[in-house]
Design a binder for this molecule. Structure first.
Ligand code: M6R
Length: 365
């Protein structure tokens, strides 16, 4: 049932404040300002030398965001692969390490094969899955469930933000166990997480502006998305969302890579979507934006109130998000990139819930 929405994708985008809140309630003790994992771990984060993450598509990009979190907050080195590479590349693995998998369906063939491979190599297995009865949930030593509810749209939206919520909770728990986060720092992060559902509702209020912008985007042949830090995987997620439902060619790049190739593509016809929350690397991204502007590129900037004040650049449009703790910014900034892809595809008359050539769950390699 789509409720009063035209598509499942729209319904699922709008459900995010609720399902992210529900997922959070499962992992966080709100009054204590602490993460409390709803399961026992058969290992101690303190003893881990490394985490290896494998997943596909959007779930892989959630994993990539979490690499920044695990490394920064818990000081654990993280390796991450798309599952189709991990399963065949014969990486040196040590028994007792943690292999982490992310999957909405819990049935993706390559991710499942990677899980079986890691288990055979005697690694601890932990899967962040949305479908609790799935094969991956059954076969993982630890299941960290996302409570996104059934996701029907082929383009993953609410599952992604719920994955981010669970992965950040895990990274905070790891930071506490490893002594890299004080109780005070943990409380600050947990408070930031608790504020996210309300801020997501606030972000939805930009929908009308985004819908108008989508008409502009629908004329493009190619779109470039740029970001640094956790906004880099988000740039790739924005590009993936746009290409899968609108069939416009889009690429996500680390903003710092601009000069190493993609800048050659920039001209007056090329929209460049820059995701730049006001954080410790904001200024660096602004200088990349200047390079784009100097070549006539049309910038759509997704930033927050502070960032919008600071840039001083002429953009085609600036989408202003609420100011949030930089650690949770990728969860919040998922909303405008999803809405932009959605409205572009709808405006172009595409079948957003059932894009051509794609299946909701890829159960063959
Ligand atoms: O069910 P999974 O999370 O394992 O699926 C992984 C990918 O197939 C999936 O995220 C795909 O990339 C989506 N269509 C992206 O919107």
């Amino acid at each position: 049932d789509k409720g009063n929405h035209r598509h499942f994708m729209a319904k699922e985008i709008h459900e995010q404040p609720e399902v992210v809140g529900r997922t959070l309630a499962h992992y966080v003790n709100f009054s204590a300002g602490r993460v409390e994992l709803p399961f026992e771990l058969p290992f101690d984060f303190k003893d881990l030398k490394r985490i290896s993450i494998s997943a596909c598509g959007t779930a892989y990009l959630a994993g990539l965001v979490s690499k920044y979190w695990f490394e920064r907050l818990a000081r654990i080195p993280v390796e991450i692969d798309v599952a189709s590479e991990f399963r065949y590349r014969e990486a040196p693995l040590e028994p007792g390490e943690l292999a982490l998998f992310v999957s909405q369906s819990g049935e993706t063939a390559d991710t499942l094969a990677s899980l079986r491979y890691a288990a055979a190599e005697k690694l601890h297995t932990l899967s962040v899955v949305n479908v609790p009865t799935s094969t991956m949930a059954r076969e993982s030593a630890v299941v960290a469930q996302t409570l996104a509810g059934v996701e029907v749209g082929v383009a993953s939206t609410k599952a992604f933000t719920c994955q981010l919520t669970v992965l950040l909770s895990l990274a905070i728990a790891a930071g506490r166990a490893r002594g890299t986060l004080s109780a005070e720092e943990e409380k600050e992060l947990v408070d930031a997480l608790i504020a996210v559902p309300g801020q997501m509702s606030e972000a939805m209020k930009r929908e009308h502006d985004i819908e108008i912008l989508a008409r502009e985007l629908s004329k493009a042949k190619d779109v470039l998305y740029l970001g640094r830090g956790t906004a880099y995987p988000l740039a790739m997620e924005g590009a993936l969302k746009l290409k899968e439902i609108s069939y416009i060619h889009a690429e996500g790049y680390a903003a710092g890579e601009l000069k190493h190739g993609p800048i050659a593509l920039i001209d007056e016809t090329m929209p460049v979507i820059v995701i730049a929350p006001f954080d410790h690397i904001f200024e660096k991204t602004v200088s990349n934006m200047q390079e784009v502007a100097a070549r006539g590129g049309r910038i759509i900037l997704i930033t927050d109130e502070k960032g919008a004040l600071e840039t001083g650049l002429d953009t085609l449009a600036t989408i202003v998000m609420p100011s949030v703790h930089p650690v949770v910014a990728p969860i919040l900034n998922s909303v405008p990139i999803q809405l932009l892809a959605y409205h572009t595809a709808v405006f172009m008359g595409k079948d957003v819930d059932q894009p051509r050539n794609l299946a909701k769950s890829v159960t063959v390699e």
